[in-house]
Design a protein around this ligand. Sequence first.
Ligand code: HH2
Length: 278
Amino acid sequence: MHWQTRRFRIDLSRPRVMGIVNVTPDSFSDGGRHDDTRAGIAHCERLVAEGADLLDIGGESTRPGAPRVDATSEWTRIADVLAAALTLGVPVSVDTYKPEVMRRALDAGADIVNDVQALQLPGALQAVAGSGAGVCLMHMRGEPASMMDLAQYDDVVADVAAFLRGRADAARAAGIPAECIALDPGYGFAKTAQHNLRLLAGQRALAALGRPLLVGWSRKRTLGEITGRAVGERLPASLAAALRAVSAGAHVLRVHDVAATVDALKVWAAVDAATIRH
Ligand code: HH2
């Protein structure tokens, strides 16, 4: 299995780690401040040094209740961080659902568009088509502020699979090559803890769609509900969920804690290697 992106054809014969870089200062709205840019660049460098295989840069939080950001401010926040990240030798993704930000990021050389709205906004498919970029199509419903009202499913695995199949078909119909498309169940987006767990238990059905599977469990609320831990204390729970996701067919893990995830995957790979030898 491979994921074709702008500059890199990513080999997914082993699980890959995507490091999260949020340039999202919540306390003010004048994005692109020098301090945030410098911190964002330093964070990219640190994650690559820790072993990140990819970086994912975002300029607007998708947490419920997070303030909305217009496209110009979002782009201003991430532009210099993206430019620096593109020199680090790994594929760089931009986490945005706004077609204008996609266009600007792709003009600047971004390798991947990671869209929590699965290219559903008007103009989003066209922004990516023809660019040669990879794309991650994620399942969610509604918008972050209202999405939990929409957390109702007959069969969450079948519903998410049908949605992702439909969005992959739409992307291909718009001219995005199949080999550029990755899919994401969207853990935590318009889903209760029970939905997230059922989806993880049934995740093989999503891997069977035949495209790379990218998943984000890192520090998410469901892990807090299970363990009673605050967001900063969810690393062990995040690692457990990440490894369960790999065992259920995930190819790319979107994580905050790159070094720890890389270590966990090294142990996984060592067992695999021993299994093959004997
Ligand atoms: N989760 C968040 C953001 N973007 N993209 C993909 N493909 N999959 C995810 O699970 C996913 C995502 C979480 O949202 P946010 O509020 O931005 O927090 P953080 O980026 O710190 O995880």
